[in-house]
Write a protein that binds this ligand. Structure first.
Ligand SMILES: CC/C=C\C/C=C\C/C=C\CCCCCCCC(=O)SCCNC(=O)CCNC(=O)[C@H](O)C(C)(C)COP(=O)(O)OP(=O)(O)OC[C@H]1O[C@@H](n2cnc3c(N)ncnc32)[C@H](O)[C@@H]1OP(=O)(O)O
Length: 206
């Protein structure tokens, strides 16, 4: 059976799979259409990325003492569940508007209160989306602060839309806001502001 770890890590997870709901597929198709004039771009997503940015991060910020037998097997948290069970999402960015839209379906393993998503899972997808918004603008950043107002519970396995926007840059500080709405736009589930700091090349993470 063909089952190399190389193949697993190279799969682009931001493409439709059989677990995706009709809503998620429809929205995905709408955003793929917006990509045709290049104003929007779909962001590919892997369990393990080996982009230049990741290499730069390892070279400049990661102390070699953190690279041990276990950490070499590290993979992106949001892509660590079987298809459909955890975070199913696709992100689209608009460079000119400094925005990211994340189409998200939170699966059954992300349950908190019965029937609804866990707040930590919601925070995770917000962190991933706002973090990517800051990262596209500023390079290697880390989350310093996330302030989330949870306004309505998100039904488990439903599809929702995250809208993230870079609001302001002050030196190494990137201020990002993000809201989550239902697909029909009628329900506002959460509002967030976040602060991301571009890492200082003279400081290694300890
Ligand atoms: C990391 C990405 C790497 C590679 C990416 C490659 C590919 C992408 C693949 C996937 C992307 C997935 C995206 C997922 C995004 C998830 C991001 C995270 O969850 S990161 C994990 C959680 N965050 C942390 O663990 C950070 C812990 N904190 C720190 O390490 C440090 O505090 C810091 C944030 C690095 C900042 O430390 P520095 O020493 O660099 O800066 P400071 O001199 O302390 O501060 C600079 C400036 O900012 C102000 N400030 C700092 N923190 C806060 C805060 N919490 N609230 C308000 N202001 C803050 C500080 O006062 C300074 O301001 P100034 O004096 O006006 O300059």
């Amino acid at each position: 059976r063909l089952f190399s770890s190389e193949k697993l890590t190279q799969r682009d997870h931001s493409l439709p799979n059989p677990s995706w709901s009709k809503d998620l597929r429809l929205l995905f198709d709408q955003f793929m259409k917006k990509c045709e004039d290049s104003s929007w771009k779909r962001l590919p997503s892997y369990k393990c990325e080996s982009s230049q940015r990741v290499q730069d991060f390892k070279t400049h910020f990661l102390d070699p003492k953190f690279m041990n037998e276990q950490t070499v097997h590290g993979q992106l948290f949001t892509r660590s569940f079987e298809d459909g069970l955890g975070f199913e999402y696709a992100m689209f960015c608009n460079d000119a508007e400094k925005r990211i839209v994340c189409l998200f379906q939170g699966g059954p393993y992300l349950q908190g209160v019965p029937g609804f998503l866990h707040g930590g899972a919601i925070a995770t997808i917000i962190d991933a989306t706002t973090g990517m918004t800051a990262l596209l603008a500023g390079g290697i950043v880390m989350t310093a602060n996330l302030n989330i107002n949870f306004k309505r519970p998100i039904p488990l396995c439903s599809t929702v839309v995250l809208n993230s926007q870079l609001d302001k840059v002050e030196g190494r500080k990137f201020f990002v806001s993000c809201n989550i709405h239902s697909v029909d736009g009628k329900t506002l589930y959460s509002e967030t502001t976040g602060l991301f700091i571009k890492l200082d090349p003279d400081k290694r993470l300890k």
